[in-house]
Write a protein that binds this ligand. Structure first.
Ligand SMILES: Cc1cc2nc3c(=O)[nH]c(=O)nc-3n(C[C@H](O)[C@H](O)[C@H](O)COP(=O)(O)O)c2cc1C
Ligand SMILES: [Fe+2]
Ligand SMILES: [Fe+2]
Length: 400
């Protein structure tokens, strides 16, 4: 049982897909599963770049053995100490007694916290800019602190210009094809890449910006992340997307309407506004019921769209729980720079508008419409008028 692919003549993908996983990090729905990528480098010295999740141990170990073709393993390079990548370090150390673990000071601290393995005489500690010489391949370490853990580093192969980028530039989704250019549209899976970035790394925009500055000085022939496809074309576009996302800049002038609703009245307002926008010529508006779509997809859409509309009922003098959850997640992920409109509903003392306004206004760079559309139970002519005005305001902001 062995399934490997060559990235170059001497670099071999030894990762595996997990299509059975339901929730990544026990939190994010992954309908198409996830891939755990790892790479073997065959040179005067041999190396494996990170390991893989415990769910795919057998496949991973077979792949490593096959890729090594009977050779010993000299180095286990640990770019990221999260268990979805480091679960098999100890196994490799047992199977390959000559192998040394390459990491930085924080890597080794985390190894000791997670595991009780004997590292005596088996560590190589590297610092920013150090080079691990494998012979032909020379791995330069580029530290990427807090993208999205403190110990994260990338390894840049100076010879073949490969960037082993750890979790950065990764994506949800098991791999149908390993290389992005093995499908007609190289960005076919952009939505899942965006959802991965926005939810996993989104909070760390400034740290991603710091890494992008370092990457700008490197000539890159392929990006080899720990999840998702290997990018060997369209690299500038991949970097550009991550630059936009990490600056919290919208990708598109577009409207995303998020509503919560129990009896359907707030929903009706949201659908009415969507129809008005379409009739006014606005293209590609999307509408989500926040109780029906996992918050990770909603966050991803906010990273994409310039304008968002939040519509929710009042609930026990507070905000309807699933909308509260979305707003708390937006805050946790440091979302910024969007134009926001608010629709509230309440039968006796509407409060949801005030709460949404306060929560959104506490985020950086949010341009919140001054008018709240207030519904008192159901949409009447007065609210239709207010929605029309809101539509006009949104259209003006899209044209600005
Ligand atoms: C458990 C519960 C708590 C509510 N709490 C409030 C409240 O504190 N203040 C208020 O004005 N309306 C409250 N409402 C009423 C709803 O906000 C109101 O009926 C609204 O029109 C529902 O909108 P929908 O048709 O989109 O579900 C509550 C409703 C429920 C079921
Ligand atoms: Fe990670
Ligand atoms: Fe990961």
């Amino acid at each position: 049982m062995q399934n490997t692919r060559n990235v170059t003549d001497s670099v071999i993908w030894v990762g595996a897909n997990d299509r059975r996983i339901g929730l990544f990090e026990n939190l994010f729905p992954v309908e198409k599963g996830v891939s755990y990528n790892s790479y073997v480098i065959l040179d005067e010295k041999t190396a494996v770049m990170d390991t893989a999740d415990a769910a795919v141990t057998l496949q991973f170990l077979d792949n490593v053995r096959g890729a090594l073709g009977g050779r010993e393993l000299d180095y286990i390079v640990v770019n990221h100490m999260e268990p979805d990548h480091c679960a098999n370090i100890e196994m490799l150390m047992r199977l390959y007694p000559g192998a040394k673990v390459v990491g930085n000071a924080k890597t080794f601290q985390f190894i000791r916290q997670f595991y009780e393995m004997d590292l005596e005489g088996r560590t190589v500690e590297v610092k920013e800019g150090d080079v691990l010489d494998l012979g032909y391949h020379k791995l330069q370490f580029v530290f990427a602190p807090m993208v999205h853990w403190p110990e994260v580093m990338m390894a840049y192969d100076q010879t073949e210009k490969l960037l082993f980028s750890a979790d950065a530039f990764g994506s949800f989704g098991a791999l149908d094809v390993l290389f992005n250019d093995e499908q007609d549209c190289p960005f076919a899976d952009l939505a899942e890449m965006r959802r991965y970035f926005s939810n996993i790394v989104g909070k760390y925009g400034p740290q991603v910006q710091a890494v992008l500055k370092k990457a700008a000085g490197l000539e890159i022939s392929a990006i080899c992340p720990l999840h998702g496809q290997i990018w060997r074309t369209d690299i500038a576009e991949v970097l550009k997307k991550h630059d936009q996302w990490s600056r919290y800049e919208a990708e598109e002038k577009a409207v995303a309407i998020f509503y919560a609703s129990m009896y359907g009245n707030t929903a009706e307002a949201a659908e009415t506004l969507a129809a008005m926008l379409a009739e006014a010529g606005v293209k590609n508006t999307v509408v989500y019921d926040v109780s029906r779509t996992h918050v990770s997809y909603l966050i991803s859409e906010i990273f994409r769209c310039s304008n968002i509309v939040l519509a929710a009922p009042t609930y026990n003098n507070g905000l309807y729980p699933t909308m509260l959850n979305l707003l708390e997640d937006m805050k946790a992920l440091n979302l910024q720079n969007r134009t926001v409109s608010i629709i509230e509903n309440g039968s006796w003392a509407p409060q949801s508008g005030k709460i949404m306004r306060e929560m959104v206004s506490s985020l950086k760079g949010m341009n919140v419409s001054e008018k709240t559309v207030t519904i008192k139970s159901s949409v009447k002519e007065e609210q239709r008028q207010a929605l029309k005005e809101l539509c006009t305001e949104i259209c003006a902001s899209l044209e600005a």
